[in-house]
Design a protein around this ligand. Structure first.
Ligand code: MV4
Length: 501
């Protein structure tokens, strides 16, 4: 097959740049990496066919510098630009600038990015397409009195959301009428500061929801298909830690309804590219449209493993104007996939970033294990960018096998030099609620919450450990930190640098 492009520039860094470079090489497409002064030694620079220095470490002077990226594409003779996720991936101005420079933006049309950027407009569009949304408004709230009237009508608790929000910014939960006016003020000022637009709207609050999203693919010829769902409820402050496909909560009927709804949303905005339609799912399996992400997502590999389809290659073919090579009926799903995000953060110290030199690294491998990594042994994680080091992805014929495989892979994964999220991921793989599929977006805060009554034992254990550490300190001795093999997750709270055999 002839490659869809001759040369592609990847306007990103880290594991996602590596992921796109790999797809390019497999397709016979030359790749161009771009990098900042902090990324001279980065893996994506080593793996690409060519690399262009953009400028200083701050993203505003490198990975967000539209003119510099376009100039790099021109100088190297690239045909197209893949934005990855984050940075410029959902920036309509960048998508337009690519077009104006005669470059193909490997993403949706700028108009589709814009229409999904306003959550309130997206909500109105979903309503028109008969896609369920949480009861509430889809017009900016005029004043406190109108807000009070609407909140009373939809029923408390309610959520105030910023029109241009997403990721939780400008969002306020209101449990009772007395809290409404101050929450409105706070949401407005946060939205104004963050997005330059103070418009907010109201939705009824969904208690204990799950976050389930549908992967879609749409070509320029009007074909839209979905590749099933991903369950992404295990997150902290809107950063996901673990994703899976399928969801243990969905039924064939719910999968079909959500998949069809997602395709209607994509078709309604003239969507082209891989995209994700996010839903909240309540305890009664009611589902509600939240928003659409107009990019490739971090967690795309779980969908790849259960559908056997390469989403980056599909993006490249779609951007070149090819027709989707399959229909909805051709989409088969097989088994279960889990993804764990390995971040250079200390999960037992409030997830503070832990940049620095990875003095030793031994990634997991073996049967049905995929390590999408942007790092290597001896690499220094810069402090300027996000902390994602690698995504560990496994496949199994069923969820139980996939969990056992992930636990095995996490136990193999050894990182020395920086703290990582591996211990908390290991802890979750053994958590009875996780194993039983009892998930919600509150899962992680509960797991980490040592103050809840049933965690009394844990709190006492922590107090004992603290006292013991203080005693070592007074004696001028080093406390032993390594956990014995097979120890419980709790001992890992004492921060081993790694667990090995
Ligand atoms: C909600 C909600 C409950 N009810 N809306 C958070 C991010 C933003 N995109 C939407 N979010 C939520 N909207 C109603 N009406 C709960 C959340 C929410 C959430 C959603 C998905 C994944 C994680 C979350 C964590 C906290 C709150």
């Amino acid at each position: 097959m002839t490659p869809p492009f001759g040369k592609v520039l990847i306007a990103n860094r880290g594991e996602i740049a590596v992921r796109v470079i790999r797809a390019c090489r497999e397709m016979g497409i030359a790749s161009v990496a771009v990098f900042s002064e902090a990324d001279r030694e980065s893996l994506h620079v080593m793996l690409a066919d060519e690399a262009v220095l953009l400028g200083p470490a701050p993203a505003s002077e490198s990975y967000l510098a539209i003119e510099k990226i376009i100039a790099a594409a021109r100088a190297t003779g690239a045909d197209a630009i893949h934005p990855g996720y984050g940075f410029l991936a959902e920036n309509a101005v960048f998508a337009e600038a690519c077009g104006a420079a005669g470059l193909v933006f490997i993403g949706p049309p700028p108009a589709a990015i814009r229409s999904m950027g306003n959550k309130m407009a997206a909500r109105r569009m979903a309503m028109e397409m008969k896609v369920p949304v949480v009861p509430g408004t889809a017009e900016p709230l005029a004043d406190d009195a109108e807000a009070a009237r609407i909140a009373a009508a939809v029923g408390y608790p309610v959520m105030i959301k910023a029109a241009l929000g997403g990721g939780g910014k400008g969002m306020r939960l209101v449990r009772a009428p007395g809290e409404l006016a101050p929450a409105l003020r706070a949401a407005r000022s946060e939205a104004g500061a963050a997005f330059g637009d103070a418009a907010v709207y109201i939705e009824r609050y969904v208690e204990e929801p799950r976050h389930i999203e549908i992967q879609v693919l749409a070509d320029r010829h009007g074909n839209v298909v979905h590749l099933g769902e991903r369950e992404c409820s295990i997150q902290r402050r809107h950063q996901k830690l673990i994703e899976e496909s399928p969801s243990s909560f969905t039924t064939p009927e719910l999968q079909r309804l959500m998949g069809e709804a997602a395709c209607r949303v994509a078709a309604a905005v003239g969507y082209v590219n891989a995209g994700t339609v996010e839903f909240l799912v309540d305890r009664e399996r009611g589902f509600y449209f939240l928003e659409m992400n107009t990019r490739l997502q971090v967690e795309h590999p779980v969908t790849e493993l259960v559908t056997g389809r390469d989403l980056v290659k599909e993006q490249l073919r779609i951007a070149a104007g090819e027709k989707l090579g399959f229909t909805q009926d051709d989409v088969a799903r097989n088994g279960w996939a889990l993804e764990c995000r390995i971040n250079a953060e200390d999960p037992y110290a409030g997830f503070i970033p832990s940049p620095g030199r990875i003095t030793s690294l031994r990634p997991a491998s073996g049967p049905w294990v995929r390590d999408d990594s942007g790092v290597y042994s001896g690499y220094t994680m810069p402090r300027f960018y996000d902390t994602l080091m690698a995504k560990l992805v496994v496949w199994g014929p069923d969820r139980e096998t996939a969990i056992a495989r992930m636990a095995r892979a996490l136990a193999e994964y050894k990182v020395v030099g920086v703290q990582t999220t591996i211990p908390i991921l290991q802890h979750i793989m053994r958590d009875p609620d996780f194993v039983a599929g009892r998930l919600s977006t509150h899962f992680l805060e509960r797991l980490m919450d040592v103050d809840r009554p049933e965690a009394g034992g844990r709190r006492r254990a922590i107090a004992l450990i603290a006292a013991a550490l203080a005693a070592y300190d007074r004696a001028g001795k080093q406390a032993p930190v390594a956990s014995p093999p097979g120890s419980s997750g709790w001992r890992q709270a004492v921060r081993p640098s790694w667990r090995g055999r």
